[in-house]
Design a protein around this ligand. Structure first.
Ligand code: GRF
Length: 208
């Protein structure tokens, strides 16, 4: 069984897609062992609870400085003994010590086709605002490994989504979630669980 830890900050629709995937059998050999949120009021924690998954809040506001917060966060991660960590709408920059410790075992979902509309400052609705401002006709989502940079890690899966006339950042965000994010993330976890991910020289290969 692949032990998956999911880190969240908000609504948790991507977490829900993972829960549904595990429950329906679309994601094989996987158990979501813990959900960590930096935000006590994240609806994602309610979703976890409703499905019998342990939810833990580690909030920066409860600690005197960043270092102490990171220490507690990493402890909450280690306690879960995860094989794979999924950042599903997690708005905290993860500590370098965690990236080193769990190298090639942390994935993130980003709501654009990397390398477009990514990097520092590109999160949430901002990504879609920028895509609309630039007038792109195609956007999408990317699942990638997390390395020391912001959205710079090896790309695992991508899916394109069409921008429609009259789209607002919110309508586009919704379409990217429905057509790409909720499909790619369960698929990525299933690939891990089936041992199909091979990382070589900073590139990902998917075994057939
Ligand atoms: C998603 O758009 C995800 O790509 C981004 O943050 C959003 C999280 O949504 N990183 P949710 O909390 O999974 O509903």
């Amino acid at each position: 069984m692949l032990r998956v830890l999911v880190c969240v900050s908000g609504g948790g629709t991507n977490l829900q897609a993972l829960i549904d995937g595990v429950e329906s059998g679309q994601i094989r050999n996987t158990e979501i062992v813990r959900v960590i949120s930096n935000n006590r009021n994240a609806y994602a924690l309610t979703r976890a609870k409703a499905h019998g998954i342990e939810g833990v809040c580690v909030s920066p506001g409860d600690f005197s400085d960043r270092e102490t917060f990171y220490h507690a966060f990493l402890q909450a991660v280690d306690e879960a003994s995860p094989d794979l960590i999924v950042l599903a709408g997690f708005l905290v920059v993860v500590p370098e010590a965690m990236i080193q410790k769990y190298r090639n075992r942390i994935i993130n979902i980003h709501p654009s086709l990397i390398p477009s509309f990514c990097g520092t400052g590109y999160y949430g609705l901002k990504v879609h605002e920028k895509a609309l401002e630039r007038g792109v006709q195609i956007t999408g989502a990317t699942v990638h490994m997390v390395d020391e940079g912001t959205d710079t890690g090896p790309i695992l899966l991508q899916k394109a989504v069409r921008v429609e006339p009259g789209d607002t950042p919110r309508t586009l965000q919704r379409r990217v979630m429905e057509e790409a994010e909720w499909e790619l993330l369960p698929q990525a976890v299933d690939l891990f669980a089936c041992g199909k991910i091979i990382v070589e020289h900073g590139r990902i290969m998917i075994a057939q």
